[in-house]
Unconditional design. Structure first.
Length: 146
């Protein structure tokens, strides 16, 4: 059974404030991207957190309950945010296994580094010098290759 690819443009729109119905995977990506900007209703709004979003606002955008957003945020694996060495966009590396979470390129396509273990050393800094790494990567489907 083939799973539907993540619509990165829809994820971006919801992060910017649009109300949309998304798939569960897309909702997790929205929560991951807004995790550091979310605050609970108990905190009051000030100029210092003007760019942030409340849990209830995000729940409205995602068309789900506040409790579901809180649960989704609590269930996200711990991860470190970095810049992807391949597409130079934001990515998250899970602490548990060192695998890169799925993330988009600047063209809103899934990056080829998604789902792989993080490269270390010179391969992490200059991935174009190590084309043999791609030989061991899982095959890309036709949609990602184009």
């Amino acid at each position: 059974m083939s799973r539907r690819p993540i619509d990165w443009l829809a994820v971006h729109w919801v992060c910017q404030g649009t109300y949309m119905a998304l798939t569960p995977a897309e909702k997790r990506m929205v929560v991951r991207r807004l995790e550091h900007r979310m605050f609970d209703r108990a905190e009051c709004w000030t100029m210092s957190n003007a760019g942030n979003v409340t849990v209830s606002q995000l729940a409205d955008r995602l068309r789900m309950s506040e409790r579901s957003v809180q649960r989704m945020r609590d269930q996200l694996p711990k991860a470190t945010e970095r810049v992807c060495p391949s597409c130079y966009q934001r990515m998250w590396i899970r602490h548990l296994d060192g695998v890169i979470e799925e993330h988009p390129t600047s063209l809103n396509r899934s990056c080829r580094m998604s789902g792989r273990e993080m490269l270390t050393g010179l391969a992490a800094i200059r991935p174009e010098l190590y084309p043999w790494i791609d030989a061991f990567a899982p095959e890309m489907d036709e949609e990602t290759a184009s």
